[in-house]
Design a protein. Sequence first.
Length: 613
Amino acid sequence: MSSIIQLLPDHVANQIAAGEVVQRPASVVKELLENAVDARATDIKLILKDAGKALVQVIDNGLGMSVTDARLCFERHATSKIRQAEDLFSLHTKGFRGEALASIAAIAHMEMKTKQDQEELGTHIVIEGSKFVSQDVAVLPKGTSFAVKNLFFNIPARRNFLKSDTVEYRHIIDEFQRVALAHPKIYFTFYHNGSEMFNLPPSTLRQRIVNIFSGKTNEKLVPVQEETEIVTIQGFVSKPEFAKKNRGEQFFFVNDRFIKSGYLHHAVMAAYDGILKDGAQPSYFLYLSVPPNTIDINIHPTKTEIKFDDEHALYAILRASIKHSLGQFNVAPVLDFDRDSNLDTPYHYKDLEGATPTIQVDGNFNPFSEEKPSKQFSSYRKPEPTANWESLYVGLKQDTDEIGHITFENEEVTSSLFNDEEVEHSVHKTYQIHKKYIVSSIKSGMVIVDQQRAHQRVLYEQFLVNMTVNQASSQQLLFPLNLFFSSSEMDLIAELQLSLMNTGFVFEENNTDHIVISGIPVNVTESEVSLVLEQLLSDLQDGIPESSFSQNDTIAKSMAKSLAVKTGTHLTEKEQENLVNGLFACKEPNISPFHKPTFITMRVEDLDKKFAI
Ligand code: ADP
Ligand code: MG
């Protein structure tokens, strides 16, 4: 029998490829805009007629093409962006498949003008349904212009499949916004049927968002910034009170490329857990930078999906950093705390080996003294830089750029959150009410902190850091403690021994029915030891969690619960201050480890309303 397999002619192959790459006018917009960005343009114009059905034109001032390249760019698999397969793992460009122009040219009338900076003359090419119609030399400005007319002219079925102009226009806006948001330093203009729709001069990221989504967006945004070994996160999320019913402005960019990710979206939603009304959707504009070799963007022809090497860590980091920003900004966007870098990466705790705690002997400790050692608020993480409330206010006056880890791009947001007057005249900075709440004045009104929950949060994070990142310090006991337990309890303790040592416990010897403890964590007093351990054993009745992360988490929670100051405890002014400062230096200050709110704020307007009755 004769052979029947034939290679498809190029124009047929191109039409088939076009089915994947070009679904609608918006796909053309995306490909042309991305090519202009890749050509390092600083000024890009998008011109449309009839929602792109009649014309999509993109004019850039980028590198342009040589005569040969101008011709070659319409060939399938013609790309200047990769040369070998390995290049796929270090991509810094949007394109790499060399398919877009060939595909578009197969199903539209296309005209291209291009000139390189150093050349006198440029090239003008007309191509229709993959056929070259003409090629001329022309006097042109530097850069490239692509005009795509009569999309799907030779595939009526696809043309008829297009939706109304309104719908197609909406899709184009989406693509345009994604590219414009990814590149705030590029000047974008956008015309539709002769009217200017967007004019976006080069700006900061924040300003770009505001220029696209209206001036009101500014007050809704909370900056997010996090730098770890595996990812750098920047961008903005919306304050919970501005959440919307529909999923509108939600953007992830990875290495300046817009991507969709249900998984990362989930991480964002998890950060808002408990602070959004049912079904409400926050806006977010999040920019992740990861080493190019840790992602695979090649899994989808239109390249909006992406695979990460370490999705789980990314999830955890994203969630934590957003929570942190939201918590911090809930009360006052400018708490000028000094962030403990140790808290940045409890994520690589798993690489750390259990360390034997070091011993610090408290030389002043007198076991015969009547006086009970007071709670060691001074052992909060970094109390010094924030020990003084004034410093919270003062710092921001001088330095609006860099507050902790957060870079503000817009002065409006950071200045004058606290009144000068208030700072100068405030004598009492905090008050304790009913031995339960601590009240303090902030510019927008006041903040009321639940002392017990706040202290739980502080201790919880402190223990977690000690267990995962730091080596905890211990206080050595003059007389070792003998504590007796049942044999099943002894088994549990044996299993937890390493984690407990990481919190600062030192075990002397293991017996069958009792343990001997010679050192205890610095923030635990001797009389509290048995209480702490009993509470822990009862919290672990249902078994010890398997992963060491959950194990640490459970221990930290349990110890925080046992050791936190209780409602009904009087706190000195210094203790109140330390507690409040300690709270706002936390990663997630707004909730206790048991997901209860740690503080509320009341705006002056809320108070005014109450008095207006
Ligand atoms: P890809 O972007 O995947 O490389 P395209 O089909 O989109 O494939 O483009 C093919 C090639 O044409 C690009 O690699 C680039 O060299 C060139 N090119 C396309 N658009 C432009 C432009 N606006 N300016 C300069 N060169 C361009
Ligand atoms: Mg391209």
